[in-house]
Write a protein that binds this ligand. Structure first.
Ligand code: ZN
Length: 417
């Protein structure tokens, strides 16, 4: 904490309790705190009684927060937020007793979302996705990762990535784009997955890189997705184009995708219900984040739990995300995912909060400028109507978000009851 204060201050935030998350293993709370923001960056924070007496006169704007709690802006580091249509009818069919085969025959499953995305014009896809991102923002999200993966051909994957870019340009949320061409084998390549991988490596990825449409490359490594060999081909191509990788791994079986991803310096490996507990150490050694997705676990009524104890003991950074997608996790609420991560996976409320802030920032390679309240970091934060930080994880649903601040500006203000 610095004792020098700038002569002129853009914005002064007063009457609040800060959850800084500046150090591992603790909230780093500052009760009766204050924060100074200049040019979108945090330039001072600490106990309000350390402020000089003339500080309000020196400030262009002063916000009094009536004793509310302030956390870093939430970061949703794994979403499939851009899609067309939804899968409500297949959800209802299944609950009426239809089998997966019957759902598939009725045109359900990922195939139906691919059809919807291919049929949608770029602007339609944008118009359908935009309200979802606005709802995420209203739940405290200031940075989001969004994947392609429902186009599954050159033209439609590029269309999705352009929509993803435009969302970040037009809404006050930072958007990190991931190319997920290897999400599923499209119907026209049925039984020819290797040929589809060739298309990804030879045409899709070069086009994505040439237009600078993605920061990272992802794949679905699974018995019902792509094999370890096919995944490695995608990773090699990503590296050739200078793109970082991440992976959907060990969701339904242990194919050792997480170990492969760690060898390619993946930023994160995601899902991990079937991760061999002894592989946790490999992730720790490579600083690879374990992203847990309790929404999909819940919605699919899975029973195999991710090895949280071993991840924790090995010192792996754990992040939590919505996995927002129409098929297995139609959720836009990170606070709800925090509750599920605690209740279903046994995370502590502190781990859940770190999982949607500083560790999620690490999962996107953004830890240096986001994820905690510290001098020099971007002034992305959320003002909450809660009495203690653990209350964010305690609630099942609801939305205690009062204000969202992005680069020092209020970009969302909740209506209160
Ligand atoms: Zn996913």
């Amino acid at each position: 904490v610095s004792n020098s204060f700038p002569e002129k201050i853009d914005t002064l935030w007063l009457d609040c309790h800060l959850v800084t998350l500046a150090d591992a293993g603790q909230y780093g709370s500052i009760e009766n705190g204050a924060m100074i923001v200049n040019q979108g960056q945090i330039t001072w924070l600490g106990p309000a009684d350390q402020l000089p007496s003339d500080i309000e006169q020196r400030s262009t704007q002063v916000h009094h927060l009536d004793g509310a709690w302030v956390t870093p802006g939430l970061i949703d580091c794994h979403t499939h937020l851009v899609y067309a249509g939804n899968r409500v009818s297949e959800y209802e069919m299944r609950l009426n007793g239809a089998s997966y085969e019957e759902v598939a025959r009725a045109g359900g499953g990922i195939v139906s979302t691919v059809k919807g995305v291919r049929a949608a014009e770029e602007h339609e896809l944008y118009e359908q996705s935009r309200p979802r991102l606005q709802e995420m923002l209203a739940h405290g999200v200031t940075t989001v990762e969004i994947k392609s993966g429902y186009g599954l051909d050159v033209q439609n994957e590029l269309k999705m990535l352009k929509v993803i870019r435009r969302l970040g340009e037009e809404l006050p949320v930072s958007v990190h784009a991931t190319f997920l061409g290897a999400h599923a084998v499209p119907v026209e390549f049925k039984g020819r997955a290797d040929e589809y991988i060739d298309l990804i490596v030879q045409e899709m990825l070069p086009a994505v890189a040439a237009e600078n449409l993605a920061e990272t490359v992802d794949a679905f490594c699974e018995t019902i997705g792509f094999s370890l060999d096919q995944t490695e081909k995608v990773f090699k191509a990503a590296k050739k184009h200078g793109l970082a990788v991440k992976l959907h791994a060990e969701q339904l079986s242990d194919l050792k995708g997480a170990v492969l991803a760690a060898q390619y310096d993946a930023l994160s490996v995601d899902h991990l219900e079937y991760l061999d507990p002894s592989d946790a150490k490999i992730l720790a050694d490579k600083n690879c984040v374990a992203v847990l997705l309790p929404g999909a676990f819940y919605f699919l009524r899975e029973t195999q739990l991710p090895p949280v104890k071993q991840l924790r003991e090995a010192g792996v950074s754990i992040a939590i995300s919505t996995d927002c997608n129409p098929g297995s996790s139609p959720s836009l609420s990170l606070p709800l995912m925090m509750n599920m991560a605690c209740t279903l996976f046994g995370l502590t409320p502190l781990e859940a909060l770190r999982g949607v802030t500083i560790n999620a920032a690490q999962a996107l390679g953004l830890k240096e400028k986001l994820g905690s309240l510290e001098i020099g970091k971007l002034a992305d934060f959320v003002v909450w109507d809660i009495d203690s930080p653990a209350e964010l994880s305690y609630r099942i649903g609801g939305n205690p978000c009062l204000k969202v601040v992005k680069n020092g500006e209020i970009v969302h203000q909740a209506k209160r009851f």
